[in-house]
Design a protein around this ligand. Structure first.
Ligand code: SF4
Length: 297
């Protein structure tokens, strides 16, 4: 039976407590394309800000990531559907800014270029772009960053995860901190502000190791974002659903700083506070030197 989320929440017992609920009928079909979404989020006197989703799922399989639980296959929108999506932007009286949300678009850079070309066409070049959660830095290099700069990217949010190579390998992240450093420095040299995300509380990573990651990022021209680790049923290492019956669902979100693994709540909060303090110090220093690469957004 098809039902809206509101109907399910109002009568969960009628839907077997959620078992069998499918949010997207095509999500279990690896051959299906994704129907893209564009929503107006806010508006300033000069700019209309949109959020776009062009794909779901991800071809990678980082152990800590829950994306594959909701979207087991990587599905992208057809370029013809993206064309139809952006067409209504034609003749916009204001500049258009599109943030691509949770789309790992850099993995297929030709697709990303063609997507931006479509946006350029319908906005007459009066556009900006940003990408939240999902841009894989290992797919970027100086040439690609230069392209993104030339196409008005305003902010790069990239996931560093950890400076501990064993933790990275355990989580199927095959790169070194130096690889990350190269991309962050290249972006900064092109005046693209970078926020680098460190995950706090991964399995087998203790406070001292996370702190080393913070110090590593403090040496780069980036703002530091903290993503506290959280588990959901069937996250890697958390297959036992019964433990989730014993805790509040509120703990299954990053802002709870729940001690899922080696770190205590106190340690996780200390990491968060230290990252914020480092950002403020570096913002002050950056303003003093007239740099633009450490802007808060
Ligand atoms: S690259 Fe990002 S979205 Fe893909 S599996 Fe890893 S963390 Fe998840």
């Amino acid at each position: 039976m098809d039902a809206s989320l509101v109907q399910i929440l109002n009568a969960p017992a009628s839907f077997n407590n959620g078992i069998g609920v499918i949010s997207d009928p095509a999500m279990s079909d690896p051959g299906a394309t994704f129907r893209p979404v564009l929503s107006l989020v806010r508006e300033s006197p000069e700019t209309r800000y949109y959020s776009a989703m062009l794909s779901r799922g991800c071809p990678k399989s980082c152990s800590f990531c829950s994306v594959r639980l909701g979207f087991p296959f990587h599905r992208k929108a057809l370029l013809s559907d993206i064309d139809a999506l952006f067409k209504p932007l034609e003749g916009s009286p204001k500049r258009v800014h599109v943030n691509f949300e949770d789309d790992n678009l850099a993995l297929d850079f030709d697709y990303l270029e063609r997507t931006i070309d479509i946006l350029d066409f319908y906005t007459g070049g009066n556009f900006g772009i940003s990408m939240e959660n999902g841009l894989d830095f290992t797919a970027l290099d100086r040439e690609k960053l230069s392209f993104l700069k030339s196409r008005n990217i305003t902010q790069l949010n990239i996931s560093f995860v950890s400076s501990n190579t064993s933790v990275l390998a355990e989580n199927k992240r095959r790169y070194s901190p130096e690889d990350f450093s190269m991309v962050a420095r290249a972006a900064s040299s092109l005046s693209i502000p970078v926020t680098a995300y460190l995950i706090a509380g991964l399995p087998d990573e203790k406070f001292q190791s996370i702190d080393k990651g913070l110090e590593f990022l403090a040496g780069l021209p980036v703002l530091i974002g903290i993503s506290p680790f959280y588990a959901v049923p069937h996250s890697s290492g958390f297959a036992d659903e019964s433990m989730f019956d014993r805790i509040s669902p509120n703990f299954c979100k990053g802002t709870s700083f729940y001690p899922w693994n080696e770190c205590t709540t106190d340690e996780l909060i200390r990491v968060f506070i230290k990252a914020r303090a480092l950002n403020v110090e570096r913002r002050v220093a950056s303003e003093r030197h007239g740099q633009v690469s450490l802007e808060f957004t």
